[in-house]
Design a protein around this ligand. Structure first.
Ligand code: HSE
Length: 409
């Protein structure tokens, strides 16, 4: 029997206990031994829940128990999770986490600590919920140099954009739905402003490139500026708007990363990723393009990834699974030098007619593609490829500007 302890009995923690109970027999076969939850740590009480029999409020009971071989941290947030995880590793316990804040901030340190002690620090559930992506990057795609990772990594924003686009639901109603289903972060601005996606692409980039990508360095824009009018224009040209988290390696000297809404058409592999699903597109220099798709959030999908890590750690007691993620910082390229095409929406103003506005836009941007008008009193067009820094400067000079969205077609 392999004893484990679960730190945090919220959505994911209770899901982990549920999965271990529901699939105990098959998990035992795969792990080679029975996995037993000896303790659950939480500051709360859960009257009537069988977890009360194993509930503790003092983490030291877990840390000082030599029978506990694996600690599962599903509390979220950097502290006290970081302190508890470090102590668990120092006490000779492998650690599994779903905590993207913790992994993005301290992943390299915790991986090293585990390596030095023949333990494991595994974090499959920290990105993409139930989708296997960490293990494939770390173990399956090792023949490749990864040149691009582009993901729809946040279920809440995906859900909001899909509902606004397909059912005409407004932003608040869609957010409330996502909350009630347990997808949204405690503070949903982490979802809406792109910070959750930012941490996740930082983790994937660090693994793909083997160096520390600091999430603070990643240019990040959320979805709060996306309106039903942008969605109308996108629909009118067969496009959809998705929050993309991207990192691209142009060459050894140039890796850039960004999180931002983009317009894509049906020929993009991530076009059909809707509702709460996540999709991750990986391009390797040998394998070519690979796609990962599935439930990116929610109790049981996330718990499934956590339990898969528990099984892996149980199969590797006393043996570290090598992970390349050094603490050496990867300097990201300046995003200002990256080129995109942009969708631009503006109001017809200043007594000028549409033709005069389009002529002015041509003077500013060059060979634009005007779109059919779908909103009274507005016009829209798509620019040719321009550098981010030039776009910033042109935005300043554009009259009646309403919104600008990057385009990937
Ligand atoms: N708030 C996150 C999301 C949860 O919506 O994807 C999973 O990390």
């Amino acid at each position: 029997m392999i004893n484990i302890a679960v730190l945090g009995y919220g959505t994911i923690g209770s899901g982990v206990v549920e999965v271990l109970n529901t699939n105990g027999d098959s998990i035992k076969k795969r792990a080679g031994d029975k996995i037993a939850v000896k303790y659950v740590l939480d500051i709360r009480e859960f009257p009537g829940d069988p977890v009360m029999d194993i509930l503790v409020h003092d983490v030291d009971i877990i840390l000082n128990d030599p029978e506990v071989k694996i600690v599962v941290e599903v509390m979220g947030g950097v502290e006290p999770a970081y302190t508890f995880v470090k102590k668990a590793l120092l006490m000779g316990k492998s650690v599994i986490t779903s905590n993207k804040e913790l992994v993005a901030k301290h992943g390299a340190t915790l991986i090293d600590m585990a390596k030095e002690r023949d333990l494991n620090f595994l974090f499959e559930a920290s990105v993409g919920g139930g989708i296997p992506i960490i293990r494939p990057l770390n173990q399956s795609l090792t023949a490749d140099e990864i040149v691009e990772i582009t993901g729809i990594l946040n279920g809440t924003t995906k859900y909001i954009l899909s509902k606004m686009s397909d059912s005409g639901m407004d932003f608040e109603a869609a957010l409330n739905d996502a909350r009630s289903m347990g997808y949204a972060e405690r503070d949903p601005s982490a979802d809406i402003d792109g910070h959750d996606s930012c941490r996740k692409i930082a983790i994937l980039s660090s693994l793909a490139f083997g160096m520390q990508v600091d999430f603070e360095d990643i240019y990040t824009e959320g979805i709060s500026k996306i309106s039903d009018k942008d969605i109308k224009y996108a629909k009118s040209i067969g496009a959809r708007i998705k929050l993309f988290a991207t990192s691209i390696k142009e060459n050894d000297e140039c890796v850039y990363a960004m999180v931002a809404p983009v317009m894509i058409k049906a020929n993009h592999p991530l076009y059909s990723v809707n509702d709460v699903f996540n999709g991750i597109f990986v391009r390797g220099n040998v394998i070519g393009d690979v796609m990962f798709y599935g439930s990116g959030a929610g109790k049981l999908p996330t718990a499934s990834a956590v339990v898969a890590d528990i099984v892996d750690a149980a199969k590797h007691l006393g043996k570290n699974i090598w992970t390349i993620w050094s603490s050496r910082k990867l300097e990201l390229a300046d995003i200002d030098l990256v080129e995109h095409r942009f969708f631009v929406r503006a109001s017809v103003s200043g007594g000028r007619d549409l033709k005069a506005h389009l002529d002015k836009a041509r003077e500013l941007f060059g060979d634009i593609e005007p779109l059919d008008c779908v909103v009274e009193g507005e016009y829209a067009f798509i620019t040719p490829l321009i550098k981010e820094k030039d776009m910033k400067e042109k935005k300043e000079r554009m009259e009646g500007l309403l919104n600008v969205i990057r385009v990937r077609f």
